[in-house]
Design a protein around this ligand. Structure first.
Ligand SMILES: [Zn+2]
Length: 268
């Protein structure tokens, strides 16, 4: 199994970051937020690779996030980290090139934590330049449970990105848009964009969840837990419960992720 949506923090700040965020969102974390604890949890849940998505909240965090991501990837173990660049960064192009050069393979965009809309010119420039380098772009989509107002990443905004930029490897997290699943069904299902299914179980009607997954096509659906905010084994169990075909499950848990990350014979 490949988990395409996880978060970890450097040892020194993990405990504090996780407890602050958990309180804000009113949810219980499943790991202590450290890379070692995610490695342990992934192993116990049968996850062979977990993609770490760093959330950048200021331009000057680029270097520390980049170094932390490279360090995770050097261990060449269960975790693989993407990078992050703040929208409107003056060195945006160079920084994306660095991410590409060091093999981080992708970036995370979180409009609520950037404080900048997905459809803002700065975010669109970031997506345009990242797509030009063939990077995977994982986007927080829908309501953020910790910062619900305003919603900075809606299905309407995502549709604009798809129509005006058309990035080949863009992922909308939380099954296309957390708690905005009617709009996901109306606007995004079937479009050329990926969805991860993280942090959806328990919030969506299972019938609608299954309908979105099947109608969108599982060759564009990725398994993700949003660890530490949800558990990998519980999320996997919820997907199995939907009663999809064996081929659909294989796509969700493995094949779509391998294709996006260009994994040959299990090596990243
Ligand atoms: Zn997340």
């Amino acid at each position: 199994m490949i988990d395409f949506h996880t978060h970890v923090f450097p040892e020194k700040i993990a405990q504090r970051s996780v407890s602050v965020l958990a309180e804000k969102a009113g949810i219980k974390p499943y790991t202590d937020g450290t890379p070692s604890d995610l490695r342990r949890h992934a192993k116990e849940s049968g996850v062979s690779l977990a993609v770490v998505l760093p959330v950048i909240t200021r331009e000057d965090q680029f270097d520390s996030i980049f170094r932390f991501a490279c360090k995770i990837n050097e261990e060449n173990d269960t975790l693989f980290s993407f990078g992050a660049v703040y929208p409107g960064d003056q060195d945006l192009k160079d920084r994306l090139k660095l991410i590409k050069e060091y093999g981080l393979k992708g970036i995370k965009i979180h409009p609520d934590y950037h404080g900048i809309d997905l459809s803002d010119d700065r975010t669109m420039e970031l997506i345009y330049e990242a797509a030009a380098l063939d990077l995977v772009i994982s986007v927080h989509a829908g309501v953020d449970i910790g910062i619900p107002d305003p919603v900075r990443s809606t299905p309407q905004m995502a549709l604009r990105i798809i129509n005006e930029i058309g990035p080949e490897k863009m992922i909308l997290a939380h099954t296309g848009g957390w708690k905005l699943w009617d709009d996901v069904e109306g606007l995004l299902v079937g479009k050329a964009v990926y969805f991860d299914i993280s942090f959806t179980d328990g919030y969506i009607d299972p019938g609608q969840w299954k309908r979105i997954i099947v109608n969108h096509g599982t060759d564009k659906i990725l398994f993700g837990s949003d660890s530490p905010w949800s558990s990998e084994d519980k999320t996997a169990e919820a997907i199995y419960k939907l009663g999809l075909s064996a081929k659909d499950n294989l796509n969700i848990f493995e094949n779509t992720a391998k294709k996006l990350l260009n994994i040959d014979q299990g090596n990243i």
